[in-house]
Design a binder for this molecule. Sequence first.
Ligand SMILES: Nc1ncnc2c1ncn2[C@@H]1O[C@H](COP(=O)(O)OP(=O)(O)OP(=O)(O)O)[C@@H](O)[C@H]1O
Length: 274
Amino acid sequence: MRGGDDGNEDGGGTALLDARDVHVLRDGRALLRDVSLTVRPGEHWALLGANGAGKTTLLSLLGARVHPTHGTVEVLGRRLGTVDLRELRSLIGHVDPRHPLRSALRVRDVVLTGLTNSVEPQPRWAPTPEQKERAERLMGTLGLAGRREARWTTLSQGERGRVLIARALMPEPRLLLLDEPATGLDLPGREQLIEALDALREEHPGLATVLVTHHLEELPPGTTHALLLREGCELARGPVGAVLTDDQVGKCFDLPLVLGRHGGRWSVRVARRR
Ligand SMILES: Nc1ncnc2c1ncn2[C@@H]1O[C@H](COP(=O)(O)OP(=O)(O)OP(=O)(O)O)[C@@H](O)[C@H]1O
C-alpha cells in the first residue's frame, strides 16, 4: 500500500510525522525499502512485524535518531537532514527499554529527568512547582502514585517501563514512540501497561503514539492504525480494522493465522491445517 491510498494521508489535522518512500541501507543491505507513514494528532499506530522486519529501524527514523538513505522524513514539520537531530529529538518522547540508568534514583526524580533529557539529574537544575505537579499527575496516570519514593534499582521491569513513559511525557511531547514496551512483562505487568497507555490516550487526546510489537495481544484497545512490515517492506498500512486481518497478519508472520477481537483487544492463533 502506498501513500495516499490508505484513507490516512488526506485526513484532517497536520501530520506530526511524515515519512515518504523511505529506504535505509546498511552494509549494502536494505533494512527498509519504500516505506511511507503519516501520523496525525490523536492517532495511535502499531508497528508489527517478525524479528528483523525493520520495526526498530523505522522507529529510529521516526525518532530522528538516524537519517534515511533515500526518501524524506518530516518530524513535527521539520525535515531530517535540514535540522539539528538533537533538537528534534528533544520534541519527541522516545521510550527506550534500554535506558542506561544505573543509580538508585527515586521514581519521581527519574520522571523529572525527562525535562533535562539526561539520564541523571543535572547539577544545579531544579523543577518548578508546575513541573513537579505535572510529574505527580503523570505518575498517577501511569499507576505509579504509590511508588513515587521507590528506588529505580528496586523496581520491577513493568514499573520501570511505566516510569520511562512518564519520563518521556514530561516535556509535553506531541509524539510518543514506544519500542516493545511489554517485552519481559508478566501478565499483570502487561495489563497495567496497556491500561496506563489507554488512560494516557484519554487524558491527552492530541497525543500521537507509535508502538512497536510482535504481539497483537499487547495492543491497547485505543490503537487506531497499523503498519505491517515484512523483510523491510510494508505489507499493509491504515486503520486497524482494514489492516489487522487474518490474511494480512498471516502474510506478515508467514503463518496461517486466525485473529479475534474481544473488548477491544486482539488475540491470534495459528489456523488448523486440514
Ligand atoms: N546498523 C546496522 N547495520 C546492519 N544491519 C543492521 C543494523 N541495524 C539493524 N540491522 C539489521 O536490520 C534488520 C532489521 O533490524 P530491526 O532491529 O529494525 O528489526 P526489528 O523488526 O526491530 O527486529 P526485532 O523484532 O528482532 O527487534 C535486522 O536483520 C538487523 O540485523
